[in-house]
Write a protein that binds this ligand. Sequence first.
Ligand code: SF4
Ligand code: FES
Length: 151
Amino acid sequence: MAQRSYSTAAIEVHWDSDRCIHTGWCSKNLLSVFNPEQHPWIQLDQGELDAIVAVVEGCPSGALTYTRLDGGPQEVHSEPATIVPWPNGPYHVRGSFLVEDRHGEVFDTGPRATLCRCGQSNRHPFCDLSHREAKFHSYPRVAEPQEPAES
Ligand code: SF4
Ligand code: FES
């Protein structure tokens, strides 16, 4: 859909609408900068640089990324990558690896991504929230067998 960039002298923030899963994390944590009610919805001059970096790095889907223009550190990709299944939702990935589909198309997951595990996404391999409509239900890990009670 849309890929946009917003910049100041110190930082460029990139937003990929196809990757956004609308968690609201960004606006909950820094509404002055990330506010869907304002236009443009990202206004970098309304927040401190460190706070903007922290919020972008917390965006679970990787819809938000940044490039520091002031010589400050760029985001470090987690090593090794971690994959956490969210209850009734996607796999949350931190770190870089490549996903290749059956047609040879390659997707880079870094530095963060939410990967579909319900099978219903229209934006494979990424989650697009279709799991909600599909009422995807993930099963908890199988419980350890219980020791028989002593009699
Ligand atoms: S934190 Fe990331 S995934 Fe969540 S609403 Fe903001 S841009 Fe979208
Ligand atoms: S897990 Fe979200 S669309 Fe499949």
